[in-house]
Design a protein around this ligand. Structure first.
Ligand SMILES: *Cc1c(COP(=O)(O)O)cnc(C)c1O
Length: 398
């Protein structure tokens, strides 16, 4: 009853930008969430790769509670102690020398685009940015212009100029587009998340890195979805023995408090000088203290190893499903970003609905890829539970 009432009020008062599940979630602990009627669900959506430590993690709760009692917000016109602490942790554990903080993924990519343009302007008057088809970089106009999917751009033109697109995972088209002397940067996701957990060939990122270096073009890695432990390393680029020039983070960074970040080496970061970029709420004490707890917990509690081991275990379990059910075209993933690609578009929604009714929350992208994003704290028991419910759902749909 209460669920229906809330849904009705949603339709009345909230803009209809999402097709929402008919559930009202009111509580969460660890890998589980609870709806308003008290029913529990295994949360393998994690707010789309946000709650990497699960719900109500004690370290995150403490950081938010302590900081909320002390100081929630002051302007970046002052030095913010938890901000420098989080910046230092990020710098010491990545390729970067400097960090800029903002509030979302789209805002982080906007910052990266602006930084690349500022650098390009000073390095040969260059401004064009190359992105991949199938990519997703956010909903604001600049990030949307960098997004290589027509369905997200439809109806919002004119977009920002200066973007060029190449097929994802293919090196030759990128090589030729870089003949354009106005290109200053390439922006790429190490794995395309929204596009359905699309993984490039293993040698793709090293080759992209090499070409960018040869042509003196910046490599921007969008690790908003795959960063912060999701692939079993703190950052996905670590799998490939390369480093970007700029990297964007968001989603999991603030432990659920809206947070984004742009990371860069000093020789690039130096182009953003006082007054050239900013964000009122970006880097505020509450978000930063929560972010510090997230990073310390991921790094200090063996969660990268757990993500790697559980990811391998889960992929193995999914492979047995793929052998059994003809509806499955392929299973793939790295660490705890996993995808089940279906052969047909018309069965995806039904599988997701069945899993939800059985108590497992999963996400569908591109109508036929089941995207699975468990928290990094997940256990074998929970993976077995999800596999069992998927198994039942595929059996019923076959
Ligand atoms: C989610 C996502 C974004 C956008 O982040 P928002 O916080 O929704 O603006 C950008 N890039 C990638 C790779 C993402 O997964």
């Amino acid at each position: 009853m209460r669920t229906e009432e809330i849904i009705a009020r949603f339709e009345r008062y909230v803009m209809n930008t999402y097709s929402r599940h008919p559930l009202v979630l009111v509580g969460g602990e660890g890998c589980w969430v609870k709806d308003i009627d008290g029913k529990k669900y295994l949360d393998f959506i994690t707010g789309i790769a946000v709650t990497n430590l699960g719900h109500s993690h004690p370290a995150v709760l403490k950081a938010i509670e302590d900081q909320a009692r002390t100081l929630i917000h002051v302007s970046n016109l002052f030095h913010i102690a938890p901000q420098v602490e989080l910046a230092e942790i990020l710098v010491k554990n990545s390729f970067a020398d400097k960090v800029f903080f903002c509030n979302s993924g789209a805002e982080a990519n906007e910052g990266a685009i602006k930084l690349a343009r500022k650098w390009g302007g000073a390095n040969g008057g260059r401004y064009r940015i190359v992105s991949a088809l199938g990519s997703f970089h956010g909903r604001t106009l600049g990030a949307l212009s960098a997004t290589g999917q027509k369905k997200y751009q439809k109806g919002f033109k004119p977009l920002t100029g200066g973007f060029k697109f190449v097929p994802y995972g293919k090196i030759e088209p990128l090589r030729s587009v870089l003949d354009d002397s106005k290109v200053c940067a390439v922006i790429i996701e190490p794995i395309q998340g929204e596009n359905g957990v699309v993984m490039p060939p293993e040698d793709y990122l090293p080759e992209v890195r090499e070409i960018c270096t040869q042509r003196n073009v910046l490599l921007i890695l969008d690790e908003i979805q795959v960063g912060l432990g999701r692939t079993g390393r703190l950052f996905a680029y670590e799998h490939y023995g390369i480093e970007p020039d700029i990297m964007t983070l968001a989603k999991a960074l603030g432990g659920g408090i809206p947070t984004g970040a742009v990371l860069a080496r000093d020789d690039v970061a130096m182009y953003l000088t006082p007054g050239t970029h900013g964000s009122t709420l970006g880097g505020n004490p509450l978000a930063m203290n929560s972010g510090c707890a997230v990073l310390k917990t991921i790094l200090g509690n063996g969660l990268l190893d757990n993500a790697d081991a559980m990811g391998r275990y889960f992929l193995g379990r999914l492979r047995t499903l793929a052998e059994r059910y003809k509806l499955i075209k392929e299973v793939r993933g790295k660490g705890l970003i996993l995808g089940i690609e279906l052969k047909r578009k018309d069965i995806g929604k039904g599988i997701i609905k069945r899993c939800l009714e059985k108590g497992v929350l999963l996400n569908l992208t591109e109508e036929r890829i089941i995207r699975i994003l468990p928290p990094l704290i997940v256990t074998k028991g929970e993976i077995d539970f999800a596999t069992e419910k998927l198994d039942e759902s595929f059996k019923e749909a076959s």
